[in-house]
Design a protein around this ligand. Sequence first.
Ligand SMILES: NC(=O)c1ccc[n+]([C@@H]2O[C@H](COP(=O)([O-])OP(=O)(O)OC[C@H]3O[C@@H](n4cnc5c(N)ncnc54)[C@H](OP(=O)(O)O)[C@@H]3O)[C@@H](O)[C@H]2O)c1
Length: 277
Amino acid sequence: MRTEQNITGIHAVITGASGGIGKEFARQLASCGYNLMLIAHQQEGLNELSEEIERQYAVRAATLVADFTKPADVIEVVVYLKNAERVDMLVNCAGYSEHTPFYEQDEASLLNMLNVQVMATVRLVHAALSKMIAQRSGNIITVSSLAAFTPAPGASMYSSSKAFLNTFMETLHMEVHNYGIKVQSLCPGPTHTGFHQGQDVEESMAGIDFWMEPQDVVAASLHALEKGEVVCVPGVMNKVIKNVAPMLPRRPYYHLAEKLAKKYRNEEDSDTMPGSD
Ligand SMILES: NC(=O)c1ccc[n+]([C@@H]2O[C@H](COP(=O)([O-])OP(=O)(O)OC[C@H]3O[C@@H](n4cnc5c(N)ncnc54)[C@H](OP(=O)(O)O)[C@@H]3O)[C@@H](O)[C@H]2O)c1
């Protein structure tokens, strides 16, 4: 892990800051006057973003490289948060996609995803709260996914870790709102970012294109945070899916999810048996 500088004053810490959604959080929070600590897995992209932000807004934007598959790197971010003068916003955005059945993955790749999306988030939230509780103020946004409501084949660790994040954020909200701390689980649907890089994905389902731009996802999140919405699902189609999917009887749901997962990945459909209860 490499730290370049420390940040003082009104302060947001953003993980996954080099990617589409995290980068957009950085830009929109900088435009609101936040000084930033931008964190990502690789330095690539971070310096450029920090220079762009410092040129455009009257804020500081420092960078820090940490690989969240490595517990030692996560601990260094924990130490950074604990030593910070104050922490006004934590955005947990680091994450990546998964398209391989559980049994075809080795144990290390399964655990890597849990380390990045679950363990790192738990540790950083715990560290940030030690500041926010004392400050009696703060905001925590954790980027979950529509996939939390729509489990699908090939995404066992992804969907279940995002479902964990939703429950975690809702529980946290109930525990900390009396301290003036706002908590949100942001559940985007398909969004144009590097997340889908190298995949030949189908952008429309049943003739409806419900993909979003990161600018709109982040604007919806910050607006919802202002209103105190704890689970934010940006986009009308995504809201419909979030509400309908859990209500579908499970057997037809499994069949549909299997078909859609194949269509999404542009794979040929075969006559597979729907999952059983
Ligand atoms: N795009 C979508 O359709 C979509 C939909 C629902 C939810 N999401 C969620 O949105 C969040 C942001 O993704 P994105 O769409 O902006 O994708 P992205 O452009 O691929 O950005 C992902 C970010 O996560 C960081 N990251 C990946 N592996 C990491 C690791 N081992 N340690 C630390 N950081 C790591 C990446 O850093 P490097 O670039 O340095 O590797 C990058 O900054 C993710 O949590 C994702 O699950 C995305």
